[in-house]
Design a protein around this ligand. Structure first.
Ligand code: BJW
Ligand code: ZN
Length: 239
């Protein structure tokens, strides 16, 4: 890693991470776009919509059931663990688009889930909401009130949980270093977070093996996977 990046990182007081599917790719969880963007010949972007859920609840639930099974048997990787360990040295906040809970399982204390959680299930009609780790044998699963249950995630066309989003903007606006890891930055409003950081004159670093929509906007782009690049951050603070 360049000495100039190392200095910026070591001098920072508050690091905000913005993470996406790429950080969990090395835990065996597929990303959304590119070659991973198909499930049983369905474009996953078409499945992740509220319309798809109401039109084809069984199909969408089969997709979530399979993903829940995979996620529950996956483990945080060295990238998630490095972010959690950084808390020993500097204030860290994680703003994640991921719904897999792997940052929390790696030990990160302050994680804001912008797109909800696949662990939590809620009713489409009543106030029921709860963490359910067991597999649903009957799909779509039904609530005690008789209506369909859904994963507590944010689909296209739905608003992000407003309290979480407001907090995310505040953190992005008040950091001096933002590290954007494993996201294509094509989905709004999460892809506006680097803009809030830049307005505060924060340094922005991207970690991604590929170019993204905003690579040219970054102060530094590290073309690497998160498992390779993130553990290096710890060594900067240790040295
Ligand atoms: C690695 C790596 C390694 C690989 N290491 N890196 C027109 C009509 C209607 C709406 C819109 C519209 N135009 C715009 C909108 C808004 C819409 C949007 O942004 N659409 C765009 C696609 C055009 N956004 C919304 O609808 C949002 N809500 C909203 O805006 O509310 C206001 C509103 C309301 C009503 C109408 C209009 C506006 C909600 C967005 C919700 C997104 N939900 C999903 C599903 C969540 C649940 C689930 O997981 O099942 O969130 S979609 C999916 O995309 C998921 C992700 O969080 C999100 C972002 O994807 P991410 O994480 O960036 O993954 P990838 O696959 O894209 O990228 C992976 C990256 O990793 C790549 O760059 C790789 O190179 C890299 N990588 N291996 C490091 N080892
Ligand atoms: Zn209910």
């Amino acid at each position: 890693m360049l000495e100039s990046i190392k200095e910026k990182i070591k001098d920072s007081k508050k690091i905000v991470f913005v993470t996406g599917a790429g950080i969990s790719q090395e835990s065996g969880i597929p990303t959304f776009r590119g070659k991973d963007g198909l499930w049983r010949n369905h474009d996953v972007m078409q499945l992740a919509t509220i319309d798809a859920f109401y039109d084809h609840p069984k199909l969408v639930w089969e997709w979530y059931n399979e993903r829940r099974r995979n996620i529950f048997s996956s483990k945080p990787n060295l990238g998630h663990k490095a972010i959690a360990e950084l808390e020993k040295f500097v204030k860290v906040v994680v703003l994640t688009q991921n719904i897999d809970g792997l940052h929390q399982r790696a030990g990160s204390k302050e994680v804001l889930e912008l797109h909800g959680s696949i662990v939590t299930i809620r009713c489409t009609n009543c106030d029921f909401k709860g963490q359910i780790l067991t597999e649903f044998t009957e799909i779509p699963p039904l609530c005690k009130c008789g209506n369909i249950l859904r994963p507590n995630v944010v689909w296209f066309g739905e608003f992000l949980p407003q309290d979480v989003w407001q907090q995310a903007i505040i953190h992005a606006s008040r950091c001096d270093l933002m590290i954007v890891v494993g996201t294509s930055l094509v989905v709004s409003p999460a892809n506006t977070l680097p803009i809030y950081a830049k307005e505060n004159n924060a340094t922005i670093i991207e970690i991604n093996p590929e170019n993204t929509m905003m690579s040219s906007y970054m102060d530094f782009s590290i073309k690497s996977t998160s498992v390779k690049a993130l553990p290096e951050l710890i060594s900067i603070f240790r040295d």
